[in-house]
Design a binder for this molecule. Structure first.
Ligand code: NAD
Ligand code: TYD
Length: 356
């Protein structure tokens, strides 16, 4: 038995692959394009154990997908591959349409062709799990209840619109072709290996470098935060026991305003790496807001808790402390990214070839 993961060199994907190889003897084939956000160093701790097979390539590549499926005959596909940063989607949406929409479509097509050729007993077991976001539901007012699985899709950024489109395709492949799909819609993740363009790792990096901590608008936008390993556990539960064709919301019941998140982080950094004078909070600065900035996300995770018995282990406080500790202990990881050293390595390593 093998599982096939896409985007497994990114933030959540690499945490998932590490988690998977620790908990299961089943090998993982990991297809990743190694965009700016993909980083093989994330997986260095499992290198050489023989249960992780890395393939550098694109989910838009039909031939490569067919080849991987025929060669490894996975019993499940877990699709993490995506362009994931809202600010980048505002600057340049086309990559988001290409990977998130077209790429998911190509992967579904390849999965459908592969699934149709499987013997019945393997068909029974096969799963296509699509990893998505709470951002597809749009923005909540302060008084509205948290998102449930049957909320309307009202995406507001090119990123969330492209993820919404991919979710619809997954749904259609289940309804139309009987592909055994599952979809998860998760809230904001944080934890080790998150690229330092996202709020929490960006603020850790900037704080330690003596730079400003940029807060968009008034900083009162609310996100629901989940520690990444709790997300990985939820994905495993859905893969094991989720009902085919269904979607599951995943969240940590941790609604926080952005300004409060950054202040909480500063308190932890003040304790772990104190400045000679003052607090990291002094570096907070308000900058112009993101266009179309959603005001509030909140996830109602009752369904996965009730039906699949999943619950997050970390509180926001324990998860944030672990995250800060990890970034402090792994400053060379961030330094390699911000210096461009890692990109140079990728270009030299993979000049001209698919397979890693
Ligand atoms: P990420 O940007 O850190 O990683 C994405 C990975 O996908 C990278 O390794 C990248 O190289 C790879 N990739 C991009 N385009 C590809 C392509 N065409 N073919 C193959 N690989 C490609 O993203 P992340 O934060 O780890 O998010 C993973 C998934 O989880 C995404 O689908 C995202 O929408 C979803 N999600 C993220 C969050 C969050 O807070 N980060 C929350 C909910 C859902
Ligand atoms: P981000 O980490 O980009 O995730 P997402 O847009 O997927 O929620 O941003 C989290 C929140 O933090 C979001 O409301 C935007 C805000 N933000 C800032 O205020 N300053 C920043 O520098 C960044 C990157 C984000």
């Amino acid at each position: 038995m093998t599982i096939f993961v896409t985007g497994g060199a990114g933030f959540i994907g690499s945490n998932f692959v590490i988690d998977w190889t620790a908990a299961s003897s089943e090998p993982v084939v990991n297809l990743d394009k190694l965009t700016y956000a993909g980083n093989l160093q994330n997986l260095s701790q499992i290198e050489g154990r023989g249960r992780h097979i890395f393939v550098k390539g694109d989910i838009c590549d039909n031939e490569l997908l067919a080849c991987i499926l025929q060669e490894y005959k996975p019993r499940a596909i877990v699709n993490f591959a995506a362009e994931s940063h809202v600010d980048r989607s505002i600057e340049g949406p086309s990559e988001f349409i290409e990977t998130n929409v077209v790429g998911t479509f190509k992967l579904l097509e390849a999965a459908k062709n592969y699934f149709n050729g499987l013997p019945d007993v393997e068909k029974e077991r096969f799963r296509f799990l699509h990893i998505s976001t709470d951002e597809v539901y749009g923005s909540l007012s302060s008084s509205e209840p948290a998102f449930q699985e049957n909320n309307r899709y009202e995406p507001n950024s090119p990123y969330s619109a492209s993820k919404a489109a991919s979710d619809h395709l997954v749904r259609a492949y289940h309804s139309t072709y009987g592909l055994p799909t599952l979809t998860t819609n998760c809230s904001n993740n944080y934890g080790p290996y998150q690229f330092p363009e996202k709020l929490i790792p960006l603020c850790i990096h900037n704080a330690l470098s003596g730079k400003k901590l940029p807060i968009y608008g008034d900083g009162q936008q609310i996100r629901d935060w989940l520690y990444v390993t709790d997300h990985c556990t939820a994905i495993r539960r859905v893969l094991e026991s989720g009902r085919l064709g269904e979607t599951y919301n995943i969240g940590g019941w941790n609604e926080k305003a952005n300004l409060d998140v950054v202040k909480a982080l500063c308190v932890i950094l003040d304790e772990l790496r104190p400045l000679n004078t003052g607090s990291y909070e002094d570096q907070i600065t308000f900058v112009p807001d993101r266009p179309g900035h959603d005001r509030r996300y909140a996830i109602d995770a009752s369904k996965i808790e009730r039906d699949l018995g999943w619950k997050p282990v970390e509180t926001f406080e324990s998860g944030l402390r672990k995250t800060a500790e990890w970034y402090l202990a792994n400053m060379q990881w961030t330094a390699a990214i911000t210096s461009g050293e890692y990109r140079q390595w990728v270009e030299t390593q993979y000049r001209g070839g698919h397979l890693g």
